[in-house]
Design a protein around this ligand. Structure first.
Ligand code: MN3
Length: 383
């Protein structure tokens, strides 16, 4: 029996992880859950999955929940999250929190020898070197949940790292793939949020429209698989059937494909190294994939993708600056404060004036993150 704790259980990945676990039945039990403020959904999850530990953001919510569920230990805040993440009764910790909140719990789990199924992009983008080094030292598996990284992880099995020519990360291209820059300039919130292939949370859906999401995935792949940026290629593939691929030195390209569903990579991260039927519903039909197409990304229309490559190569806290500025800009866009196209301008401006810190400590990372966000909020006032 495997024990699983999910951080961010009421978000998109958290909910889908619970759907997967429901189908895995008796072999998997939920040891812990955490969420921010979606207490109503959390209550339903508690009634269904009977966790032993639950962490929420606010103390008041924790106190109220204690009255209702007497047999559960309720925690709250960052300290509670770290306690939940450090519980080494767990076989795997699913980190499905969004934003910088994912970093400290991931490190806590690694230090306690718990395998981490990582769905939080910021962790590797902002602290990739530190996190990967800790994972190696503590001999834990960092299991990618993102479909592209799960695909590459699978394509690498059984092959020598030294024989890799390049990683091919596919991208659907988002809602503006076939639109002009002018269309993007006037894009409304609902156009940005209507992703053609994947049903995801709002922040990542905006990132998919700017291709920032793909840029973050390039940086993640660099750390996760220890591959030079020059050997990571992004390929636009609107049908999202090939989830990513690896080209080897003998000319063989090994790709992982299937229907675009997050259930598959989530389940593989949980059952790894085994494969089980689990939640699989529809069979994949190759004959129906008559029109698979592949293009070079348009780096002019989507400047944040190129930026991610450049800043990834620079290293230090440059990717952190890009990520923090982007997150604040996306939040401002979602609140209707800025236009879609301003996201690019704000991120570009923030990194232009930023002093990089090489080899940052965890404390540096948190301090810089805070600083960049404050400066971004200042800059946002002028838009
Ligand atoms: Mn992805």
């Amino acid at each position: 029996m495997k024990k699983v704790t999910i951080l961010g259980s009421t978000g998109s990945i958290g909910r889908q992880t619970l759907e997967v676990i429901e189908k895995l039945e008796e072999d998997y039990i939920i040891e812990g859950l955490s969420c921010g403020q979606n207490i109503e959904l959390l209550k339903l999850q508690i009634e269904k999955f009977h966790p032993s530990f639950v962490c929420v953001e606010n103390k008041e919510d924790a106190l109220k929940l204690r009255e209702i569920f007497k047999n559960i230990k309720f925690l709250y805040g960052e300290e509670g999250l770290l306690e939940l993440a450090s519980n080494n009764d767990n076989n795997v910790l699913v980190v499905a929190l969004s934003g910088r909140a994912g970093l400290k719990p991931t490190i806590a789990a690694i230090k306690n020898g718990i395998n981490v199924a990582l769905a939080n992009k910021e962790t590797l983008v902002t602290a990739g070197e530190i996190v990967m080094q800790l994972a190696r030292q503590n001999k834990i598996e960092l299991l990618p949940v993102d479909s592209e990284h799960s695909a590459i992880f699978q394509c690498l099995k059984g092959n020598n790292r030294s024989s890799i020519n390049k990683l091919l990360i596919t991208a659907s291209g988002g809602p503006f793939l076939n639109k002009t820059e002018e269309d993007m300039r006037h894009a409304k919130l609902n156009e940005v949020l209507s992703h053609p292939k994947w049903n995801m949370g709002k922040k990542i859906t905006v990132d998919s429209a700017t291709l920032m999401n793909k840029g973050l995935e390039v940086i993640e792949a660099h750390h996760l698989f220890d591959i030079d940026y020059d050997k990571i290629n992004v390929v636009i593939h609107p049908q999202s059937i090939i989830h990513s691929a690896v080209e080897y030195c003998d000319g063989s390209v090994i790709a992982q494909m299937g229907l675009p569903s997050m259930h598959i990579p989530i389940q593989y991260a949980l059952t790894y190294p085994e494969r089980v039927q689990g939640i699989k519903t529809n069979s994949f039909n190759l004959q129906k994939c008559v029109n698979l197409s592949f293009y070079e990304p348009d780096y002019i229309k989507f400047p944040l993708l190129k930026l991610a490559y450049n800043l990834g190569k620079e290293g230090g806290t440059m990717p952190l600056c890009m990520n923090a500025a982007n997150e604040e800009a996306v939040l401002a866009f979602l609140k209707g404060k800025i236009k879609f196209f301003d996201i690019n301008n704000i991120v570009l401006k923030m990194v232009e004036n930023y002093n990089n810190i090489k080899n940052p400590s965890i404390d540096d990372i948190f301090e810089e993150d805070k600083k960049v966000r404050m400066k971004t909020l200042d800059l946002l006032k002028s838009f």
